[in-house]
Design a protein around this ligand. Sequence first.
Ligand code: MTE
Length: 310
Amino acid sequence: MAGRYKSKLTWDDVTPKPVWLNRRQLLAGGAGALALGSIAGPAAASLGAQKTGYGADLEPNTLEEITSYNNFYEFGTDKGDPARNAHMLTTEPWSVEIDGMVDNPGSYSMEQILDGVTLEERIYRFRCVERWSMVVPWVGFELADLLEKAGVQEGAKYVAFETALRPDEMPGVRSPIIEWPYVEGLRLDEAMHPLTILATGLYDEPMPNQNGAPIRLVVPWKYGYKSIKSIVRISLVAEEPPTAWNKYAPREYGFYSNVNPNRDHPRWSQKYERRIGGGLFAKQEPTLMFNGYEEEVASLYEGMDLIEFH
Ligand code: MTE
């Protein structure tokens, strides 16, 4: 098979990027003919129009910035380590185990995950707890689509996520920096929110390994560490699941981790952030509540004390 989710077709110029990537990814699986048939027609134009408005006014960071300044501790703790080491991760084939309180548990291949899914480009502001931010044009689909495919059962209240753990391919996991594997979680309503996506690419690239290939979470109103990379398990559960950074330092990192300029990290303020790529003298910008997505997500937390539930 050709490289990861690549096709030999060269329609790039006439097809909107998300559609192109969608077809390319589908071609990697068995659904090639089907995808081609449906996308070559008028569907192509309407799919292009599905680029959503979130963050449309934001200027994205460059591909170079997005792929060279990363946090992916499985490959080392230096911001340059993931770009240096993540090529060791085998991302093809890949499957995600979906288990717990679902009607259709099992191992889902990437092809099954993408089957019937429309990939969209969404430009999201991405804010790290370490007070820097980037704007990334992700290509992905709503997590809700996959959860609906799996069939969420009554009683499920949270979604737990787990990253691959492969000591042979991940030099970072040989040191006990955090407890491996990296795990994360969302409340079910957060997971079902339309802003929550599973991303499989960025710009017109399949997801670079250092950014969490082949499939990673993006939750734009939360600090970056919630957006878990290279996911191998998604579990629907009744109780709040453990999360990697909360286990490491519960006072510093809560379960919710909503971007909140009013709640400082115990060791530093969260009131300002610096855009990566702005140069050495880039000015600090005020951090926005929920990372600027307040209108869309504030209702999820009505009546909650967001200092206590940080
Ligand atoms: N996922 C895993 N498995 N391991 C990690 O170390 N780091 C998190 C998050 N997801 C991390 C992870 C942190 S701290 C951040 S800020 C983002 O990934 C960084 O995503 P990016 O490198 O694509 O910008």
